[in-house]
Design a protein around this ligand. Sequence first.
Ligand SMILES: [Zn+2]
Length: 150
Amino acid sequence: MKESPQNNKLEALLRSSKLVAGGFMGSDNRGVLEIIDADKIELSRLGFTCQQLASRMRQITDAAKTGLETWVQIDDNLEAKTEEARGFLPCPWPHAGRFVKRVTIIRRINTSETIQWSDLNIHLIGGHGFFQGRGSNFRIEPAILIKMIF
Ligand SMILES: [Zn+2]
């Protein structure tokens, strides 16, 4: 794939710790577009779209927010809570958009398995199809995410 200068700039920002500790790419050597393509293929194999995932994540975060940092039951086997921090995170893509530093923790009640995402994660998945690089703090494997929230 031909790399555009704008894409190189995005890639450098995603690999840096400028916005989040450890960056968005983790130890992943693949390019950002390669990561997005691979996850898109995985998602379509599983029969989901990024928009479906982001909308379910948003719904869970909105419900969890009402618990003011205590567990909120989402459905029979799912509970969630949020942790709020001061400040905002900008989207690394070149457009205006900033997101409160909120983390949502999701727990399956029967297995106690947990995953977590930030408000920025929801936007990166819904708006850019970006689940982040392997080894980054907030990488979410699409298959695990689907298993947890649907
Ligand atoms: Zn964005």
